[in-house]
Ligand binder design. Structure first.
Ligand code: GDD
Ligand code: MN
Length: 399
């Protein structure tokens, strides 16, 4: 305390209501002397993966757009190989309103956004991409809307009057339209642009709903809207989407898959775990692979049925393993020799699953179920076994 006084004694002491914001029973912090900046009003969360060339210009434009506002930027970087996090720390040395959260061993746009938002103590939060596709000038209007008090969530929409998709390739625009159509058909959301990655909200919304978010994949806005439900007061402001400055988009097959899984999680995640659902979808694809290989060998090439079945079963199993490794267990992906070891344990798991399948199906048939039902019961039992055992042995978290 004395050392602190010696160092900062020349500064004004804390005057701002020391009991402000405390609940009954909370202990007030002791008064101390320090240079106290004004509290932050708006935290801007910027998820990054390899955006070193973009964050600097982005922050310059945020600062210009928010003159007179107490803002901070929280960059959430997933340990980018281009060392975006290090670069952001050099920015902090020049402007302490910029800070970084570096996450290691994890990837994911949604979860990065959620963690960034939870790291804020400001009343208002915004989320935007780092690649300058989102115009920081819109932040001021978003903040003004939230300050006015009748809105919980403001969305930068490309599909209201005045907004635009920018120079997106036709295929990407079509994919975006399809994803939006799908979301509005499958759920009750009534938004022009539920796919938007640029929005602002009151911090209470996240404080309230964060524990229930899916946080899978790219579409954090849709996740929030589906989780919080119709009580959320939403406004859309026009956003003119720009083209990415540097680097490349991280949109991929994985992101598309994750989108489906996030929707599935919101729709029936309370009944079926989303990983089991993903596993079952991959299993259904495996069935198609099985039938295709069998048809090719047995019908077209005239191979014997038994050998064709063996090859088809092997192909489907290896295919299922590879695809689950890429999509269902992207976060625990096995690589190199670990990939082969995983395949061996998956094969063993599936062999036992096949025995379980046959046992359950024959028992069900013996109990008088029609043969189709008995077969389905066997398939379900085998699948649940395969899922549980492979989660434990093939993609174990403590491997
Ligand atoms: N921390 C972290 N982790 N950040 C990520 C990750 C990740 O795994 N993947 C992507 N990002 C960051 C990027 O660095 C960028 O700042 C932002 O998230 C958006 O990523 P892009 O790769 O540029 O995505 P996009 O332009 O294809 O899609 C964006 O626009 C769509 C349409 O509005 C995203 O905002 C989508 O959510 C949005 O639907
Ligand atoms: Mn982008």
């Amino acid at each position: 305390m004395t050392a602190l006084h010696a160092e900062f004694g020349f500064l004004r002491s804390v005057s701002r209501g020391s009991r402000a914001g405390l609940a009954p029973g909370d202990v007030a912090p002791p008064a101390y002397a320090a240079a106290i900046p004004e509290p932050i009003e708006l935290s801007i969360v910027v998820p990054t993966f390899n955006e070193r060339a973009n964050v600097g210009p982005l922050i310059g434009r945020i600062a210009a757009a928010l003159a007179g506002v107490q803002w901070e930027v929280i960059v959430v970087d997933d340990d980018s190989p281009d060392r975006t996090a290090d670069y952001v720390r050099t920015l902090h040395a020049r402007d302490p309103r910029v800070r970084v959260i570096r996450r290691v061993g994890r990837r994911g746009l949604s979860s990065a956004c959620v963690e960034g938002m939870l790291a804020s103590s400001a009343p208002f939060l915004a989320v935007m991409d780092a690649d300058l596709q989102h115009d920081p000038a819109l932040l001021a209007a978003m903040l003004a809307t939230l300050r006015a008090g009748h809105t919980d969530l403001v969305i930068g929409s490309r599909h209201v009057a005045g907004g635009s998709l920018g120079e997106w390739a036709g295929s990407r625009a079509a994919a975006s339209r399809l994803a939006t159509w799908f979301a509005t058909k499958m759920t009750a959301v009534d938004l022009t642009d539920p796919m938007s990655g640029f929005f602002a909200l009151r911090r209470e919304v996240i404080d309230r709903w964060a524990p229930e978010l899916s946080a899978i994949g790219f579409k954090v806005l849709l996740d929030i809207v589906l989780t919080a439900g119709p009580s959320l007061r939403i406004r859309e402001l026009p956003l003119r989407f720009s083209t990415r400055r540097h680097g490349e988009s991280k949109l991929s097959l994985r992101v598309t898959w994750d989108y489906g899984m996030m929707l599935a999680d919101r729709l029936f995640g309370h009944v079926i775990p989303v990983r089991l659902f993903s596993f079952a979808c991959v299993g259904a694809l495996g069935l198609l692979v099985h039938l295709a290989v069998l048809g090719l060998l047995f019908r077209l090439l005239g191979a014997g049925f038994r050998i064709s079945e063996v090859v088809a079963t092997g192909a489907a199993m290896i295919g299922n393993y590879a695809v689950n490794n890429l999509l269902t267990y992207a976060d625990r992906r096995r690589r190199g020799w670990g990939w082969l070891g995983g395949l061996a344990s998956f094969a063993l798991v599936c062999a036992i699953g096949a025995i379980a399948n046959v046992l359950v199906a024959t028992t069900a048939l013996g109990m008088g179920l029609p043969w189709e039902m008995a077969a389905i019961a066997g398939i379900l039992a085998g699948m649940v076994w395969n899922y549980g055992a492979s989660a434990r042995y093939t993609w174990s978290t403590d491997a």
